[in-house]
Design a binder for this molecule. Structure first.
Ligand code: ZN
Ligand code: ZN
Length: 271
């Protein structure tokens, strides 16, 4: 089915994952719609969903990767108002979500939810128990992989068979080093429990790339990165992938994969 984004970056994240078979005669309706993270206010979330032709009532379940505000900030209000169950690791759920039905999941223990296989993957990041996710049905495997400080063999293995992948390319190391962030923040972002640099994202992608994989690079720093640089650095992947695009903070990205995926999702259609 595919994925889309409400917005991606340090001021808020939200990724929609649609999997399962269309109901007969309802080819536009995903069987299951999951939201991974929500760092936006309730009003912003409703507006951003509307932009994609959806309402919050369409969401079947919410997954939270970790307790940083750009991922969890909007969860309680949204889940409470629309009575949507929330799934996250035990560590993430130490962050209180008032008035919300929560389900703690074990990191690295796959489970099934409404016919969709959910694989919570532990990653190195400076949160209590950060867990990214791989979702799959009989035809597609959708990975959401943001906020990781370094590439581990475990992460490469778990994200190796995706058909769709949202991958963090947070910063250019030189821009981070010479930019305006305070020294302590520079240190945090660049460390092994911080965020993935462009070079690290490139190396990871080199290890998981294949012709049927559509990649969207996201969580792109507005201070320490830029689109032209990313386009140049990742240009070599256009022949190796089914598609490559970039998510933005304000617009996220539109549906990738709800129609048959071709090379049209490429540099010609960049956000
Ligand atoms: Zn984040
Ligand atoms: Zn984070």
């Amino acid at each position: 089915m595919g994925f889309a984004s409400l917005g991606s970056g340090s001021r808020g994240n939200g990724t929609l994952v649609a999997l399962g078979q269309d109901a007969p005669g309802q080819h536009d309706a995903p069987q299951r719609l999951f939201l991974v993270d929500c760092g936006f206010t309730l009003k912003q979330t409703e507006t951003r969903l509307h932009r994609l032709g959806l309402s919050a009532g369409d969401i079947d379940a919410i997954f939270v990767t970790h307790e940083h505000a750009d991922h969890i900030g909007g969860i309680a209000a949204l889940a409470h108002k629309y009575a949507i169950d929330v799934y996250a690791s035990y560590g993430t759920l130490k962050h209180e979500l008032k008035g919300v039905v929560t389900h703690a999941v074990d990191g690295d223990v796959p489970f099934e939810l409404d016919g969709v296989q959910v694989n919570p993957v532990r990653v190195p990041h400076d949160a209590k128990e950060p867990t990214q996710f791989v979702f799959s049905d009989s035809t597609e495997t959708i990975g959401v992989l943001s906020d990781l400080g370094c590439v581990t063999g475990h992460v490469v293995e778990q994200f190796s068979h995706c058909t769709h992948l949202l991958l963090e390319a947070n910063h250019d190391s030189h821009m981070l080093r010479t930019g305006s962030y305070p020294p302590r923040l520079k240190q945090r972002v660049g460390a092994d429990y911080g965020h993935l640099s462009n070079e690290q994202a490139w190396e990871l992608l080199q290890r998981v790339a294949h012709q049927d994989l559509s990649v969207v690079l996201g969580h792109i720093s507005e201070q320490n990165n830029n689109l032209a640089l990313l386009q140049r650095e990742f240009a070599s992947f256009t022949e190796q992938l089914g598609g490559l695009a970039f998510a933005s903070q304000d617009d996220g990205f539109g549906w990738v994969g709800r129609r048959p995926l071709t090379r049209q999702i490429s540099f010609a259609n960049l956000v």
